[in-house]
Design a protein around this ligand. Sequence first.
Ligand code: XCC
Length: 632
Amino acid sequence: MTSCSACSAQGTCVSAHRSTNEMYDRTRAMGLATIFDRYEAQQPQCGFGMQGVCCQLCSHGPCRITKKTDVAICGATADTIVARNLVRLAVHGTAAYTHHLEELARTIKATVAGKTPFKIGDEAKLREIASLVGLDAKKPAGELATALADIILAELRKGSDEPLALVNLLAPKTRLEAWQELGVVPGGVLSEIRDALTKSMTSIDTDPVDLLLTVVRLALAAGYMGLVGTITIQDILLGTPSLAQSEADLGIIDPETVNIVAHGHVPLVATAVIQASQDPEMLSLAKKAGAKGIRVYGSMCTGQELMQRSATSAKGFAGQLSNWLAQEYYVATGAVDLVMMDMNCSIPGLKTVADRFHTRLVSVDRIVRMAGVEDHVDYAPEKVAEQARELIKMAITAYKNRGQDIHIPPYKNPAVAGFGVETILGALGGSLDPLLDAVKKGSIKGIAAVVGCTNNRNGHDTRGLTIMRELIKNNVLVIAAGCMSSAAEIEGLMRPEAADQAGEGLRGICQALGIPPVLNFGSCVDIGRIGVAVTAIAGALGVDPAQLPVVASAPEYLEQKAVVDGVFAVAFGITTHLGPVPPVTGSELVTKILTQDIEGLTGAKFLVEEDPEKAAQAMLAVIDSKRQALGI
Ligand code: XCC
């Protein structure tokens, strides 16, 4: 808990955001232990775990590799243990993305059958993808959507020896060739998950190199289905993001309304609740309870999904509260009546804070459960209209129990949202040429995707924001997704006025187009949107993605989905910076492959650097070297 220059907070400085710092002081004064306290209590953390050299797979264990014992009881080396642990992380990430995609496919089918409150939100995209996968795009939209959902479900379930259609159809040819050569073109995602889990059992696959190739297979499966597949199906269902104005930070909470927070990653229940919150019957119930109205706020990635579509299917969205690390603090305002927890990133600590207030926690996905939380409204596409009303009624009941102890930090910033390939093309008048010209001329030096989670190990958003600011200062256009988007929104980097903080070239472009220097691409699945954008740019220039002056950073990566995101980026040819050192340093071989050798195979590697300024410099150096090689 050091003080930093990132904000002007008077009290403790645990976060880059004044609001979080202020709320942390409040929880401490209440004697409530929250994430920053639990983090301190865990110090020092286990060095074996940090290096990835602890194996707990069999009952001979746990074994760990030390200077004294360089192999486990079974003979497994540090290389095997580290690589096998990495496979297990990647399996989790891939499985979670798959769950999201399955929910969408089920929802599309129920929507076509007229059983949900949703409508097909982007028919043009439906026809485009349908034709790509070999369907007759002239057929009625409903028929096509059902057929497409069935294809997605079948792709998820096919064998690991049957290459994924989306990889073959969407990957740049040069990438596909590189992956074929490495033998990492994945098959059906569920089969890949099964194979990887089986391999990473005790003494099945103990070859560290093969285990790392398994991680790449998983990452490509997750990348083309869980990321690109998910955003595509989600756009077809809820609409492709379009430019929207929104707001972020805890100051957006209205103390006089019934306040519901959508928290997680899958925006289906939340979209239905936003729609139902405008129903006169629901509004009159809220008014009868003494509230001015009903507001649905976003948190983490579900919030980003809603913000991206707040001009269309999520019209009425009240704005983004914050990201992962701030979940306990928005509850501690005392003004949040109900939190809808959909898939992943709802921490058990949330319950302790909710119990201190009147806040009702409800799991809205059959796979989300938390000790002590008894309210489950598990998403069912056919029932979601009714479920949305039930959730609002639960929130109104909770509102009636709200106490007087409310504190809402008075900070907020406007944010422009809704970026993606389509919006960028729209802003540029239908062609990528103006953007490419700006890159060739050097007014935009390159593009950096600063994405993923937030992590107390690196200071809540402090490192991510430092990297973004350094990059834009050096004329690098930043694309943000996941919790990094919330960080940028809260600190005003997603306002067009933030162009003032950019270098001269980027500033000029942003001012001419009226866009911010940090573009919101949305949630963590929207990293797929970045893949689509890079594919389009590489295609327009006739080069491989690895040749482009494009880099990525997950400056505060936290969990398993981020592991596959990072590997996907590197497999795709984009050198990727990681802030927290991943648990691989116990193996010289694995560390060397990921930070050096892999570049010879995919054209990209991992840059691990904890210091954000040095990290930005390293990313700029990569951009410079790519520009030089392209002769621009
Ligand atoms: Fe969770 Fe997506 Fe990570 Fe944030 S960014 S901590 S996954 S909410 Ni994906």
